[in-house]
Design a protein around this ligand. Sequence first.
Ligand SMILES: [Zn+2]
Length: 513
Amino acid sequence: MRRLLIRGARVLGFEDRYDGPAAADILIEDGVITSIGPTLSVEASGPGQRVNDLTVIDARDRLAVPGFVNSHYHSHDTLLKGAFEALPLDTWAMLALPPGFVPRNAGEIRVRTLVGAAECLLRGITTVQDMVRLHPYAAEHFDVVLKAYEEVGLRAVVAPHYNDLSGTNSAAFWDEELPVNQRWRLSGPVATFAKDADIIGLIRDTIVPRLKPGGLVRLGLGPSAPERCSQRLLQETAALSAKHGLPVFTHVAETRGKTLHARLQLAAHGRSHITYLADCGLLGPGLAIAHAVWLEAEEIAAIGAAGTSVVLNPQGNLKTRSGIAPIGTYREMGVNVALGCDNCSCNDSQSMLQAMKTYAGLGAIEQPFGDMPLAVDALRSATTAGAHALGMRDVGRLAVGLRGDIVLFRLDEMCFVPLNSAVRQLVFGDAAPAIDTVIVDGRIVVADGRLLTIDLAALRREAEACAAQLRKELGEITDRVTPLYDDIERAAKRAQTTEWRLSHYRRNGKSPS
Ligand SMILES: [Zn+2]
């Protein structure tokens, strides 16, 4: 039996005492928290166990926090962090996403997965939802991703990212503004799936044989977005999800243009992507929708009634000029709100500390005198609500019976001096330098702020080598897509100025009902 005893940490639970949490010991046995209480006696934890099976952490000057759940993320562009200024989403997507590039090899896929996972762990993220694009789609590359998470020791819910409709169906007015003879510039030389491929069959044949109970890595489904998936593909996704209990992750209403696209085109589904998802059998507790920036009150009510989660990505939405989600409306309607860090090249950090602070601040902008998120609400979104969104009942809190995913922050770091409120200094302060120990499934993966599981110096050398080639290809891609910039901007401007009741960036308040 693996046993880990954390002695004397100030334990940030959710029952009370967010400001001055009490000190307690936490015992983790074979990855599961088995006791939390003052001065635990390890000898009493089970018959026949030896004390030398035990690892003890002296945490008397540490704050113990549930490991963060990064509920929306893509590992496919971790090597492009810092490659772009704050571009509009549609322009960024043409430059940054795998279909624009030539196929990557297994070595690079391993390196990029580890780079993102290492950044997550070093920032206290113990679970990540990776909606990964493999281009072209290949089961052996999916295995490379799963193996990398197991190697580095990060809990992950991995969902392959797929779609069957073309890029010109992505946003309002693209089909009118992008010249037909120039559309070849939208994609690279190789398709993700062969023409007429049985996409859901390929996904099923990858996922189902790899399902296993327990384990660090779990699996899900990632239909890209309703505007990029046919009704048949979404219905097949719903059936596969229902048969095997798989969580489903997708993108909805990220920009005004994408949402307006539904308003103009989806007459059969009430001109709403939410109604479209419901009609396809996907709107329910097994679905988590990323972004949800431009939804209206009746759509948010439907999400709440269905038990669907939303995953807000406030920093990526700002950098891609996509807007600010109606945070207050989600809160009013009781929707489960999780948080994510999204792509490494549109955020460009994997920090739930930053995401929590931005979420709380934007909530206050949207409803300066209303029901804005408090620090503890932001922490819930980054932990328990995230676990709920990912369909995980065994992480997200520090409680007996749950997996031992814990971050220990140093309380002698200046962001916690003096200690007025543990939760507010965690969310509104700059607590990243205070991250000392990260434990995933009862295993210490970060100690003294250093990653123990892989050789970071070697990984850095490999990442630099891969990135040199990527930068060269990015130059070629930029040359290819630049002639489309004016057309895409013209479509985006039409989307911004087309009459619709939601104001740009919602500066005038929440969406009307
Ligand atoms: Zn995304």
